[in-house]
Design a protein around this ligand. Sequence first.
Ligand code: NAD
Ligand code: UGA
Length: 469
Amino acid sequence: MVKICCIGAGYVGGPTMAVIALKCPDIEVVVVDISKPRIEAWNSDTLPIYEPGLDDVVKQCRGRNLFFSTDVEKHVAEADIIFVSVNTPTKTRGLGAGKAADLTYWESAARMIADVSKSDKIVVEKSTVPVKTAEAIEKILTHNSKGINYQILSNPEFLAEGTAIEDLFKPDRVLIGGRETPEGRKAVQALKDVYAHWVPEDRILTTNLWSAELSKLAANAFLAQRISSVNAISALCEATGANVTEVAYAVGKDTRIGPKFLNASVGFGGSCFQKDILNLVYICECNGLPEVANYWKQVIKINDYQKSRFVNRVVSSMFNTVAGKKIAVLGFAFKKDTGDTRETPAIDVCKGLLGDKAQISIYDPQVTEDQIQRDLAMNKFDWDHPMHLQPTSPTAVKQVSCVWDAYEATKGAHGLCILTEWDEFKTLDYQKIFDNMQKPAFVFDGRNIVDPEKLREIGFIVYSIGKPL
Ligand code: NAD
Ligand code: UGA
């Protein structure tokens, strides 16, 4: 029986391995992590992440050929294929701070693999890493190899949160990069055989290592660029009376452009787009390509602009001050169907409103008050560096309250901001909300999910991204 061990039981490691275990009953899969609470949660009825369909997959194979453990060294030593799916955040200090990827977690995983291995291993980069990381990993492993043969593969993950299980069941493509040597090709084939259990052959792409590593950064940069493009146009729509939904539809009808990923928003969030683009920018700078670096930097700049534009719109429409006013925030997660708040635009919007001394009442169906308070108290980029985490209680923001109901959040509020596109926000009783709000009652729809005309009929003053006022 082939044995797989995955280091890192996070948003990628957990769901990816659960699907491999489900689709490959002949393979034993163990997911290991240094975080005891995370592993305990994976072994409990309340999984550590919320992802539609995940519970069902885990229930089917946990204890059969899927296991979660903190005994990292034992399972790494026993495995034939080791996936490394640890976090690769943005560096917060030293050389490249604020841009370069912090490979501390990756390096410590690689050193541990070198320490405990007694048989040949295929080591798979699942985390998103700078191009050429495989070379560094190879050095660490082979310098400590004790005669063991290591093959490094790059197999970046393209799943999106909220649709992870769907994406893993039916991936657009699986990408595998390896060395172009007989041993490298054999390792690529071994990983191909795993995916071939359920992914059609023509969707499994093989490339050289550097192409695979760079394709992941490029794919995220292209996706984020589309959002910044439509968001940039949304500002022009507001200035001219065009409607961004109509513009995006007309543009996306061109089959060369396509309709997906053209929803104007308060800005993109999530743990990866910003981090991966900053990483790409840093790599370009290190390779003497400042023009290319500046091109991609602009995608982040527009995203920051979109978030501050939203805050400015809220404050300026409400007579240039929100001091002491209650603002309801509906949605805190970075997108619907996830409880993940990493780099969510809600953090910047809330911080902006707090800067103007607003009283904020937040409701998100999946995010806890603890998480929200931690997010609002944390410095930029600190969220993915567990050792820098600040305690919650002393820094908890007093002007923020969190409630478990949209009607409670909006009661007595002067304004209402929709920051995540949860389906339930589309069908709220807005008449009831209006009746219980201060007047004039403002709605700022950062996701374009409500019909501005219907809300105006009720009596709201409505601002939607990229739509006529
Ligand atoms: P995560 O923070 O949810 O999970 C990473 C896990 O690795 C944590 O539980 C951490 O405790 C563990 N870890 C760190 N160092 C370890 C070590 N030395 N030994 C054992 N465990 C260790 O991160 P994630 O969202 O799963 O992302 C992981 C990687 O995948 C990142 O590089 C990210 O860019 C990439 N990625 C993420 C997504 C996504 O949707 N979240 C999608 C594609 C790619
Ligand atoms: C993204 C990519 O879609 C995945 O392919 C990739 O694997 C992953 O990053 C990663 O590397 O981590 P994810 O961040 O989970 O996935 O979610 P997306 O659906 O891409 O949304 C990202 C952000 O963009 C969200 O805040 C979302 O609301 C926003 N968005 C998305 C828009 O504002 N408009 C759109 O049209 C689409």
